[in-house]
Design a protein around this ligand. Structure first.
Ligand SMILES: NC(=O)c1ccc[n+]([C@@H]2O[C@H](COP(=O)([O-])OP(=O)(O)OC[C@H]3O[C@@H](n4cnc5c(N)ncnc54)[C@H](OP(=O)(O)O)[C@@H]3O)[C@@H](O)[C@H]2O)c1
Length: 249
């Protein structure tokens, strides 16, 4: 499997869940891979799991000024960047009344502002052709209670697939959204719920999915391989929903 042979790929949030599995699949397809994450221990664990050849960069996706450092690190290590997968995301869900300005700003910084400035910082490094994949969410399309700020951040990010494709197409850079539906990852466990509440939430989520189950990180990673590879050369400025039918049925 060499669909990404010779390509250099950066995945933000590559230490867990969808990002970690995508790093595994990108490597299996022949890419050279870098991942980001916030904790040194998490990065080291992922690096070992992925076989040690991965470049691990400690970076908080919500630190927009710090995104330039990621670009500098990559430029020092690699000749070019062929694939950027903006995957790191904050998934906080809560009732409208419980949001305050600081938590809203932090979520928007991680999910929208940081990615915007990361893409900007990486501009000199992008190859021609190059593929940028933005991790959206089916939540941007449905009215799920308590998802207001999260869904808005993802809708904003997905909008960049259209506008930046228009702006960057002459440089050979394609930008597309990849939107998961409910997917079995460690993210649910990070919401701080009691065991029973988490199990109940899991049941609620499963009922939301027409095909009756959650997706797997591998199913998302396979879609990311397609969008990253030249097989999707005619796929530009759009969104691939991998959501078990949540948005479409
Ligand atoms: N799972 C789902 O059901 C689902 C559904 C729709 C969309 N999504 C989206 O899919 C993406 C991946 O989610 P997942 O379910 O795979 O979650 P996950 O297992 O919790 O993994 C999240 C990854 O992002 C990293 N991360 C989080 N905040 C970060 C930050 N501020 N800076 C840098 N890295 C950060 C985490 O690393 P560290 O903690 O080490 O920093 C980790 O590697 C997210 O954008 C999420 O919104 C997920």
């Amino acid at each position: 499997m060499t669909r990404l042979a010779g390509k250099y790929a950066l995945i933000t949030g590559g230490t867990s869940g969808i990002g970690l599995e995508t790093a595994r699949q990108f490597l299996a397809e022949g890419a050279t891979v870098a991942i980001t994450g916030r904790s040194a221990a998490g990065l080291e664990k992922a690096r070992r799991e992925l076989g040690g050849t991965v470049l691990a960069i400690r970076s908080d996706a919500g630190d927009s000024a710090g995104q330039a450092i990621v670009a500098t690190d990559l430029a020092g290590a690699w000749p070019q960047l062929d694939i950027l997968y903006v995957n790191a995301g904050e998934v906080t869900h809560r009732p409208l009344a419980e949001w305050d300005e600081a938590t809203f700003d932090a979520l928007m910084a991680t999910n929208l502002k940081g990615p915007f400035f990361l893409i900007r910082a990486l501009l000199p490094l992008f190859a021609n052709p190059a593929s940028i994949i933005l991790c959206g969410s089916v939540s941007a399309h449905i009215g799920l209670p308590q998802s207001s700020a999260y869904a808005a951040s993802k809708a904003g990010l997905l909008s960049l697939a259209h506008t930046l494709s228009g702006e960057l197409k002459d440089r050979g850079i394609r930008v597309n959204g990849l939107s998961p539906g409910p997917t079995e990852t460690p993210a649910l466990g990070k919401l701080g719920l009691e065991v029973q509440a988490e199990a109940a939430l899991r049941d609620d989520i499963r009922r939301l999915v027409p095909i009756g189950r959650m997706g797997t990180p591998l199913e998302l990673a396979k879609a990311a391989v397609f969008l990253a590879s030249d097989e999707s050369a005619f796929v530009v400025g759009t969104e691939l929903l991998v959501d078990g039918g949540v948005s479409g049925i």
